[in-house]
Design a protein around this ligand. Structure first.
Ligand code: HEM
Length: 115
């Protein structure tokens, strides 16, 4: 199971990297870059799978359910913003992209600092 968890974690991190990179690079354009929708969906699905695996064992260092709940809510908001921004590009402003990037960075901090 370790190798499955590791592969999912790699995909999870790459997905969020695509979201953050694709958003920041376009701050001045402003538009949602093509791969960002795929990145966010990959990251969301792998995150939910990781949460399932991490919470299923009797592992002492399993992430706290509160941490996962916070991450899920923030990730759902990010996903909603990306989906709406992809379908209705006229809504996307620098502030809109800033919200996506800021919430993604917030979740990285929650993931790493909340132990
Ligand atoms: C914007 C959204 C998200 C970002 C930026 C993000 C970022 C990260 C990062 C940086 C890690 C590595 C932490 C470490 O190994 O120290 C991680 C791990 C993990 N993520 Fe996410 N994540 C997000 C959403 C989610 C969601 C929605 C879930 C599922 C509910 C989730 C579940 C997990 C799990 C189970 C791990 C591995 C265990 C842990 O370190 O807590 N993540 N995530």
């Amino acid at each position: 199971m370790d190798i499955v968890f590791g592969i999912l974690l790699v995909l999870h991190l790459l997905g969020w990297a695509v979201v953050l990179g694709g958003t920041v690079v376009n701050l001045r354009t402003p538009a949602i870059a093509k791969g960002v929708l795929h990145g966010v969906l990959t990251a969301l699905v792998t995150g939910i799978a990781l949460a399932g695996i991490a919470s299923s064992g009797s592992d002492d260092d399993a992430p706290s359910p509160a941490k996962l709940a916070v991450k899920l809510v923030v990730a759902l908001v990010v996903t909603g913003l990306v989906v709406v921004g992809t379908r209705r590009p006229e809504k996307v402003t620098t502030g809109y992209l800033g919200a996506i990037a800021g919430l993604t960075v917030t979740n990285v901090a929650v993931a790493v600092l909340w132990r």
